[in-house]
Design a protein around this ligand. Structure first.
Ligand code: ADP
Ligand code: MG
Length: 519
């Protein structure tokens, strides 16, 4: 066996001697020779390159004289074949989409609950603290009474399959993303690719994430126009400078351009907004480059790196202030915090927002163990009421590989595992720990997969993470919500990664894209 790099990591790549026959007893593919694999890899890489399954190359691969990573691309990493996924779990996750949408909308509108829940986290974590300050500002005089009450949510609830002896749970939620839920467009193409190469395979679920996300944006835009009686407004997609995942974003834009000729969508960074916008205090409208903005769709703004100076924070506040619909607004952004996820799992909390007991049961069924690390919040953790936080920490220290420690961050690469988790638990101050939560580690089953990145492949035991898009165009008032104008399942994303990788992002270099094949 030889060691090869794959992304930033070392992989075991089977060499000729051990790799003439890759068979997996359950596998739908049996590949006989290395040449044959190369042939299949090359063919699909070419399909990917010609159908928008692409990402900008990493800046480290570019010489300083070349163009930025937003114009030089390679194929996005993907698996050669779809991943066998139990249909019961898939159907359950689809059913949960609208329930999570309603839950998130209600949470996003409960200003007092959000402020209270995140209060100590915001003290410990400066980024969350700044988001909370914007939230407080927007919900106080003079802004509160003119706040836009319509909001568009494009959520993505991520799940892993779970399999452990004496444990009946089979599907557990990793997290729910309420801001910049990405890969809807490219994952649509991935499913299409598998279907085209294997037309008789009816077990790959239809995936219309690109269409559904794009159409939801248009719906929000039209709703704005009709509410304010305007015709010439525009959607603004807030992006990061030199975004590598531009193709996923552009395909949403191009879908809109192709199907809705009169709907204009432009891309702008947070700093573009502050430099080229005008806020009209009388009408509460924001014009960007002279055109009123109907909808701000965020594909940036979720990490501290997106706010290198005060100007970006000013920009975020301006966007929240104006009457454009936001996807997401600040309440929704906060509702996606890991601290909120952990709090909702506490006794009585999800029930505060969801009255239907069947829905509550479905939700609770996919909650993994989620534990508080904030000493001020309570002296107890939730495994049992008698378990003091210190005792819980001692317990985690005895079996750290059963847990994941998470800060309030998005985008992959931020969680703590094993020795890092131990170091954090034993050295961080009480205030620092309040910025984190602890989660039970999900124990998924493995499948042998061929993963392709930068034209090279590896064969490896792999695990998957299913993302389910939920789309919700809702209105209401502070602390109460109205029935949604639309509430729907929006499509899926399936990511696959080597079984021994803890982290999971595609853009971050850990996982590759795939699709479920229902079994
Ligand atoms: P982020 O907001 O950075 O995406 P996540 O909570 O999704 O944070 O965690 C990142 C990755 O870490 C996930 O994609 C998943 O692969 C892995 N992970 C997170 N939580 C767990 C868990 N409880 N059990 C196993 N793996 C997890
Ligand atoms: Mg995630």
């Amino acid at each position: 066996m030889m060691q090869h790099t794959f992304g930033n990591f070392l992989f075991s790549l089977y060499t000729d001697s051990s790799f003439n026959m890759i068979t997996d007893e359950h596998s739908l593919f049996t590949i006989q020779s290395k040449d044959e694999i190369y042939g299949k890899v090359e063919e699909k890489v070419h399909w990917a390159l010609t159908h928008g399954i692409i990402m900008g190359v990493k800046p480290s691969s570019l010489s300083s004289s070349t163009s930025p990573s937003s114009v030089i691309a390679t194929h996005a990493p993907f698996a050669l074949n779809p991943y066998r996924f139990p249909s019961l779990s898939f159907n359950k996750s689809m059913k949960l989409a609208t329930i999570f949408n309603t839950l998130m909308d209600k949470v996003s509108r409960d200003n007092e609950w959000l402020q209270r829940t995140l209060q100590n986290t915001g003290v410990s974590d400066e980024f969350t603290g700044k988001l909370l300050t914007i939230h407080k500002t927007i919900n106080s005089t003079p802004y509160q009474h003119r706040k836009q009450q319509i909001s568009l949510a494009i959520n993505r609830s991520d799940y892993m399959l779970h399999s452990q002896a004496n444990d009946s749970r089979t599907l557990l939620q990793v997290e729910i993303n309420t801001i910049a839920s990405s890969f809807g467009a490219i994952s649509t193409q991935i499913s299409e690719m598998y279907r085209i190469f294997d037309p008789s395979n009816a077990r790959i679920p239809v995936n219309e994430a690109n269409k559904n996300i794009s159409t939801a944006m248009v719906q929000a835009h039209l709703q704005y126009n009709s509410l304010y009686d305007v015709t010439d407004s525009q959607i603004v997609m807030i992006v990061q400078p030199n975004e590598r995942n531009f193709a996923d974003q552009r395909q949403l834009q191009f879908y809109i351009t192709q199907h809705y000729h009169n709907v204009k969508l432009v891309r702008a960074t947070l700093s573009d907004i502050i430099n080229n916008s005008r806020y009209d205090d009388t009408t509460n409208t924001l014009t960007y480059n002279g055109i009123i903005v109907s909808l701000f769709y965020f594909r940036s703004g979720y990490t501290p790196d997106d706010y290198p100076s005060d100007a970006e924070w000013e920009s975020r506040l301006l966007i929240e202030k104006c009457n454009a619909i936001k996807c997401p607004n600040i309440g929704y952004h906060l509702a996606g915090c890991k601290k909120v996820q952990q709090t909702l799992a506490n006794a009585g909390e999800v029930e505060r927002f969801v009255s239907n007991i069947d829905d509550v049961a479905l939700l609770r069924d996919v909650f993994a163990g989620l534990y508080n690390l904030d000493r001020k919040e309570s002296d107890t953790c939730d495994i049992s009421n008698e378990c003091k936080l210190d005792e819980f920490i001692q317990h985690v220290l005895t079996c750290p590989d059963g847990y994941v420690m998470k800060p309030q961050r998005e985008g992959g690469g931020n969680n703590l595992y094993n020795e890092d988790l131990v170091a954090a638990l034993t050295t961080y101050s009480a205030e620092d720990l309040a910025g984190y939560i602890i989660m039970e580690k999900i124990q998924p089953t493995l499948q042998k997969c061929i993963l392709i990145r930068d034209g090279a492949y590896v064969v490896t035991d792999s695990i998957c993470e299913l993302g389910i898009y939920g789309i919700y165009l809702g209105s209401g008032t502070e602390n109460s919500y109205s029935d949604a104008n639309s509430n729907s399942y929006g499509g899926y994303l399936l990511r696959v990664k080597p079984y021994n990788f803890n982290e999971g992002g595609v853009a971050a270099g850990y996982a590759v894209l795939s699709s479920p094949e229902l079994v």
